[in-house]
Write a protein that binds this ligand. Structure first.
Ligand SMILES: Cc1cc2nc3c(=O)[nH]c(=O)nc-3n(C[C@H](O)[C@H](O)[C@H](O)COP(=O)(O)OP(=O)(O)OC[C@H]3O[C@@H](n4cnc5c(N)ncnc54)[C@H](O)[C@@H]3O)c2cc1C
Length: 466
């Protein structure tokens, strides 16, 4: 039974990677720590439950990573994917700290495994959690409990009392026990982004957001972020920027996870509901392009699109939860997809006619391209002519949003006037916009949470002692 009448040194709001790293780090620094996880115990851990890997810099190959990935290379990758929209000081700090995280996370009970194969080719840059994100979380929870961190589930924070940049208390709502005021010397906000709040998404995306599917937890509604911004915290990032991929249109509204993502785009063509192509499916290798397709589909009428391919490529990519929809003819496939059959036949006929001879190799930018059509398919273009014809319907799958709270290198929240908050810190998705202005490179979400979570916990504990 957690004694909620006492004043804790550190209150952590959230129950995912960032929250647990903060809680463990604060506890190891000698602080009393309370974690409030809004979700029930079974659903604890937010989007972290769905993760598989983390991107960390390292100077030499390790037991599980195939080669060096230097700080400079990590920085260049980040610069490229964000188009320069990143805070260089914070990003370089995170990258530097990521080196140490590889070992620190193991000290917290997490185990690594060699990279999985597949289309993202991450064996050199990303470390994979043995057993995935759920096993990683279980290890962190176990360690936190053993260290004496108090944890409450079904414990949604519904209000914060903040005066002149100083956190005083949080109001907690529980299904049994009702509302309780919780006091602490410092706050670590690690409550995720606002991706599960469709109404908030609509403010930037309009009604299109109603058609978005949310890949992760329904509990990340951005309530803590909204409260902090309303209480004078400086915001960072653009509300329309987020990580979004193409996922199966048959996926559930929330929590479909990794098995709903489609990695088959480069092996076929993608058409909208008018059966028209709208983007170069072979623009670049998949790890550099998978994260643009959510936005591309979001811009199409009714936010729906269809990946179309034929039976020759069906074993070339990771299968997903959903089987492809099949037709013996293109017209039959079109009928099943409720597309105009003549329009789909025309698109595929024109595409096939434009395909030039080449040597197919999906691991490099090969010479299989189209000529004379718009948009072109600049690599991996092959005729779609061997029945059965197959399709996956896809919708934008929102992973997480980037609008967040501004922080400094101590993970300390900055107020609107630029001054650091007296006792508030933030880590994870809720401050991801400091590093990710736009774009994404696989595995950075967990780097942001682990690095800034660890720092936030340590600094919050120090702050509580002073
Ligand atoms: C399908 C999928 C796959 C992914 N794969 C990867 C991957 O392999 N590698 C990678 O780096 N990133 C991946 N990501 C992104 C990654 O999940 C996030 O970047 C990371 O988990 C964020 O950690 P976090 O602790 O900030 O947020 P979360 O893990 O989402 O935790 C937020 C927590 O806050 C709680 N919360 C919210 N509001 C309140 C409130 N008012 N009161 C109390 N608690 C509250 C939630 O219940 C939740 O526990 C993936 C995401 C998804 C959806």
């Amino acid at each position: 039974m957690v004694d909620l009448t006492r004043r804790f040194d550190v209150l952590v709001i959230g129950g995912g990677n960032a929250a647990l790293c903060a809680a463990i780090s604060a506890r190891r620094a000698g602080a009393s720590v309370l974690v409030l996880e809004g979700a029930p115990k079974f659903y604890r851990g937010g989007n972290t439950r769905h993760t598989r890997n983390m991107r960390c810099a390292h100077d030499a190959a390790t037991e599980i990573l195939t080669g060096p990935y230097t700080e400079e290379e990590f920085w260049k990758d980040l610069l490229l994917v964000t188009g320069g929209q990143t805070d260089e000081e914070l990003a370089r700090f995170m990258i530097h700290e990521s080196k140490d995280i590889l070992n620190w996370i193991v000290e917290q009970g997490v185990r690594w495994q060699p990279s999985l194969g597949g289309t993202l080719s991450l064996g050199r840059t990303n470390s994979f959690f043995l057993g995935g994100g759920r096993a990683m979380l279980n290890a962190l929870y176990r360690t936190a409990e053993e260290l004496g961190v108090d944890i409450l589930y079904d414990a949604e924070v519904i209000d914060l009392t903040v005066e002149d940049g100083m956190f005083l208390s949080a109001q907690l709502k529980q299904p049994v026990g009702g509302k309780t005021e919780v006091r602490a010397s410092t706050l670590v906000a690690a409550a995720g982004g606002f991706e599960a709040n469709i109404e908030w998404l609509k403010e930037s995306w309009g009604d299109a957001a109603a058609n978005f599917l949310i890949r992760g937890t329904p509990y990340n509604r951005g309530t803590i972020l909204k409260m902090l911004l309303a209480k004078g915290v400086r915001e960072i990032g653009d509300p329309t920027q987020c990580h979004a991929v193409a996922i199966d249109a048959r996926a559930p509204k929330f929590d479909g996870g990794i098995i709903t993502r489609h990695d088959s785009v480069v092996f076929g063509i993608v058409v909208n509901k008018h059966a028209e192509r709208f983007y170069d499916e072979g623009e670049d290798i998949w790890p550099k392009r998978y994260a643009i397709w959510g936005r591309l589909v979001a811009a199409q009428p009714d936010q729906i699109a269809y990946i179309i391919f034929d039976s020759t490529v069906v074993t070339s990519f990771m299968p997903t939860l959903f089987p492809p929809i099949a037709g013996a003819t293109i017209a039959e496939l079109a009928g099943k997809l409720e597309l105009d059959a003549a329009a789909l036949e025309k698109t595929i006929t024109e595409f096939n006619a434009a395909v030039q001879p080449g040597t197919f190799d999906h691991t490099i930018l090969d010479d299989c391209a189209t000529e004379g059509i718009t948009p072109p398919k600049t690599h991996w273009a092959r005729r779609i002519d061997t029945p059965p014809y197959l399709a996956y319907p896809v919708r934008p799958g929102i992973t997480f949003t980037y609008l967040g709270t501004r922080v400094n290198r101590e993970a300390r929240i900055l107020m609107k006037d630029g001054k650091p908050s007296a006792n508030m810190f933030a880590a994870g998705e809720i401050m991801a916009g400091n590093v990710l202005g736009k774009g994404y490179a696989a595995g950075i979400g967990m780097t942001i949470g682990s690095v800034f979570g660890r720092v936030a916990g340590r600094e919050a504990a120090k702050n509580a002692r002073n």
